[in-house]
Design a protein. Structure first.
Lengths: 102, 766
């Protein structure tokens, strides 16, 4: 089998990419997509650890599925928020949504 | 029957009357009268009980009534504490006889005297704009009401002073209160067993003399700008006696520090103390003055003031400004007697070292002052116009007799003359008061009949009187009896016996004093008859005298009682071996009784014809000469005094009292006033003391302002700075909250990384 840490590195790389996307993308939908990327990297991490350390249990799989569900729900809510914001401010660029400041 | 308790109680009723009248009955004149008279009668009864009880005691003098309480616990034992209390020895008993007697008579007289009268008072500018009707409508009869319901009129005298009549009876309750206090003071002095209590009574009387002399304090004399007014006279009396009292207090202090006690029995009746007091006071000076003698001189200074001896006699004639009962009380019965009583009491101290023949320096001083004063005052009395002034100088002269008697060692004679003088001088003063009242009533009656009197009409001026024998006979007879007693009319008057005894003693021991006193006796008899002649004899010289009347029984009764005593009081002192008369009353009971007060009984004098003949001759000669000049051919209206031709330039010298008042004014009064105004007031009080206070105030104010600045700039300012600083800091930091989501997330990421780093470092790398 391929070593575990190859999976972890990939997951880590995906996490960093996602993190960069959260921090650096202008479009709110793109940030949501980056959040999905981060969550998926976490899933990958979970499954990798499950497969290599305790494959006889179902813990890893269960956790990954819950994460998926939460990610989906959260994406739905996030999109709803973005639509609402767009209706009010005519923009989805997060830099411009800065009323809650000093 | 507890005699000691009675003695303690004797001064109490008048003292209580003082407080009761001032606190409760001040508005009710009749009730005040009753309170005052009841109190003095009670005291009189108590005194007589004590007096008659001690008459029956064998060897009274060795045994006395004494009772004391611890006043100041000065040390650990009862021996060292200062005790005060009462003492009744023969001398005290004599005073207890005549003081309450004369006081009671004076109280009764006062309630009659103070029931009528008016005098001039100055109109205060603020009051004169009110209408007289408004004044009359006021509840209390005072200011502008002349007592007859007429509207008050304001008159202007020649010097521009506005005057109006004032009711002299307005303050009668206050008068009764003050004479009650006065009587209480005298009685405290009488029953005291130590010098300090005596001094307390002394000072009470000093204050009351001020209060009573200036009783009519708002009285003015129109058209007489040089005449002393009552308020100034009161101050003069108080100041003069006070100055003397300071010296007396020094004597008391010296006595206390030398002997450790002020109790009379312990000092005067104790041979060891007396022997210690005979030590020389100033051995280096070699003047033979013993400690007792020196202390005696200091104490004598108090008597010089209180009993108006030269040179401190000036207050007594001006004290005639007080109402006449005051003059009777103060200048006959009590206060001046207190001065003489004190030196009689302290006789063993004053005469310590006296062996019966050579006089000590102290005695020489006392006798000289006494004899000089007796003659000096008698000469002044010759030329006086005012009826009360004659009596005032007469009192000074008679006190000089008593003082001289003490000075030559005539203990009993001095006490005897003290008693008789109090009685007949009180009688004479009250008689003169009746005369003055009669003249004032005559003035009012004449005024009603349309007669006009000048503004400065003096009802007391004898040259305005005349012919009063027919108008007021009761007063005239009693005044005559009193006058004869004063002159020393032989055998039937008390004054003769007491004066004769002094002259006999002087003849035996000090012939110079005898000569001086004999001349003074001649002058006394003369001016007495002059006074009687001018007042009562002949025809009335003014309209006031024509219509003079006096009917108040309260004024006549005391005169009669005292006239009675003026006659009989002398007979208890008839000397031994006197023409067989000594068999009537047991020979010289007075001498034997009073002599018991002293440790060594004074010798009884051998009977001698010379002083007896001298006193009879001078008395009759003086009376006769006065009769010739003033009664056989009485003075008519407008005539000048015949004495003016006889005395020539001396008349004015006597009439102006040797100009001593003017000299004192120049030497003492004006410098004191200058000092008081410029040094005490302007320099010390306003300059230094107020200066210090103002300086403190300004410094405190300056310090307060600096505190305020501190508060404003440092405290408040500092707080404001802090607040602004925080605000500034906040202003700077607010930009962190930019509202940009991705920035927030970046910060969170940074924080998480830092925490992770710390975590890893703490757990894994340490």
């Amino acid at each position: 089998m391929i070593p575990l840490h190859w999976y972890l590195i990939v997951a880590g790389a995906l996490f960093c990419l996602g993190l960069y996307g959260i921090l650096a993308r202008r479009n709110a939908v793109a940030i949501l997509m980056s959040i999905e990327l981060v969550l998926n990297s976490v899933n990958l991490n979970l499954v990798a650890f499950w497969r290599y350390l305790a494959p006889e249990t179902v813990n890893g799989q269960m956790f990954a599925i819950i994460v998926f569900a939460v990610a989906a729900a959260e994406a739905a809510v996030g999109l709803g928020l973005i639509i609402s914001i767009y209706r009010n401010r005519q923009t989805v660029i997060v830099e411009d949504i800065n009323l809650l400041k000093w | 029957m507890n005699l000691e308790l009675f003695v303690w109680l004797i001064p109490l009723p008048p003292l209580l009357a003082f407080f009761i009248i001032l606190l409760f009955t001040r508005g009710n004149k009749r009730l005040s009268d009753i309170v005052a008279i009841a109190s003095i009668v009670l005291t009189w009864v108590l005194s007589l009980v004590v007096f008659f009880s001690v008459l029956g005691i064998e060897h009274f003098g060795e045994t006395v009534i004494e009772s004391a309480v611890t006043w100041l616990p000065l040390g650990p034992t009862a021996e060292t504490s200062f005790r005060m209390g009462v003492l009744v020895d023969p001398l005290t008993a004599v005073l207890l006889f005549f003081v309450p007697l004369t006081a009671t008579m004076i109280f009764i007289y006062s309630s009659g005297y103070m029931a009528s009268g008016h005098y001039w008072t100055a109109v205060i500018p603020s009051e004169e704009h009110e209408s007289p009707e408004a004044h009359g409508a006021e509840a209390h009869a005072a200011e502008s009401d002349n007592g007859h319901g007429h509207d008050a009129e304001v008159l202007v005298d020649d010097f521009g002073q506005k005057v109006t009549r004032f009711d002299a009876t307005a303050w009668k309750a206050r008068f009764m209160a003050f004479i009650s206090l006065f009587a209480a003071g005298m009685l405290i002095l009488t029953v005291a067993d130590n010098l300090l209590a005596l001094f307390a009574g002394w000072e009470i009387m000093g204050f009351c003399s001020y209060a009573l002399i200036s009783f009519w304090h708002n009285r003015v004399y129109p058209n007489q700008p040089k005449r002393i007014t009552p308020n100034i006279a009161g101050i003069k009396a108080f100041m003069t006696t006070r100055a003397a009292d300071v010296v007396m207090l020094l004597g008391i202090v010296w006595l206390w520090s030398y002997t450790g006690t002020l109790n009379f029995r312990e000092i005067l009746y104790d041979p060891e103390t007396l022997a210690a007091l005979a030590n020389p006071a100033f051995p280096n000076l070699g003047i033979g003055l013993s400690v007792g003698g020196a202390i005696g001189l200091l104490l004598f200074a108090g008597t010089v003031g209180k009993s108006a001896q030269f040179p401190l006699h000036t207050w007594l004639p001006d004290a005639m400004e007080g109402p006449t009962p005051v003059s009777a009380m103060i200048h006959a019965a009590t206060m001046v007697s207190a001065g003489v009583y004190m030196i009689i009491r302290m006789f063993p101290l004053l005469t310590v070292g006296f062996d019966g023949h050579t006089f000590t320096p102290t005695m020489i001083v006392i006798a000289t002052i006494g004899a000089f004063t007796a003659l000096f005052a008698a000469t002044i009395a010759l030329a006086q116009r005012d009826i009360k002034k004659v009596l005032a100088y007469s009192t000074i002269s008679q006190l000089g007799y008593m003082v001289a008697a003490v000075g030559i060692g005539a203990y009993v004679a001095a006490a005897f003359h003290l008693m008789t003088h109090a009685i007949f001088k009180a009688l004479l003063f009250m008689g003169s008061g009746s005369v003055i009242h009669a003249m004032e009533h005559g003035e009012e009656h004449a005024h009603e009949h349309g007669h006009h009197f000048p503004l400065d009409f003096d009802a007391q001026d004898m040259f305005n009187m005349g012919g009063l024998w027919r108008r007021i006979p009761a007063t005239a007879w009693t005044f005559l009896i009193g006058g004869l007693a004063l002159a020393g009319f032989p055998f039937v008057t008390a004054g003769f016996w007491s004066k004769d005894e002094i002259l006999a003693d002087a003849w035996a021991h000090a012939p110079i004093v005898f000569v001086v006193l004999a001349i003074a006796a001649f002058l006394t008899a003369f001016y007495t008859m002059r006074q009687i002649g001018l007042t009562f004899a002949g025809e009335p010289r003014t309209a006031a005298a024509e219509e003079a009347t006096q009917t108040d029984w309260r004024m006549n009764l005391p005169l009669i009682v005292l006239a009675f005593f003026s006659i009989i009081a002398g007979w208890i002192g008839i000397p031994v071996g006197f023409l067989g008369l000594d068999g009537i009353f047991r020979a010289n009971r007075f001498h034997d009784f009073v002599a018991g007060s002293l440790l060594e009984h004074p010798e009884t004098l051998q009977f001698n014809w010379i002083p007896l003949i001298t006193s009879i001759v001078v008395a009759l000669a003086g009376l006769g000469l006065g009769w010739l000049m003033y009664v056989r051919r009485p003075l008519r209206a407008g005539e000048e005094d015949p004495l003016l031709r006889v005395l020539g330039p001396f008349y004015n010298l006597f009439a102006n009292k040797y100009y001593i008042d003017e000299a004192y004014d120049f030497l003492f009064v004006r410098p004191s006033q200058w000092f008081a105004r410029n040094v005490s007031y302007l320099l010390i009080d306003r300059g230094i003391i107020d200066g210090i206070i103002h300086f403190i105030a300004r410094s405190t104010e300056w310090w307060a302002l600096r505190n305020k600045d501190f508060d404003t700039y440092v405290v408040n300012g500092g707080a404001d700075e802090v607040v602004e600083g925080i605000g500034g800091l906040s202003n700077a930091f607010k930009y962190v909250q930019s509202g940009r989501l991705q920035q927030y997330l970046a910060v969170v990421l940074t924080g998480v990384l830092m925490l992770a780093g710390i975590f890893i470092w703490a757990i894994f790398l340490r």
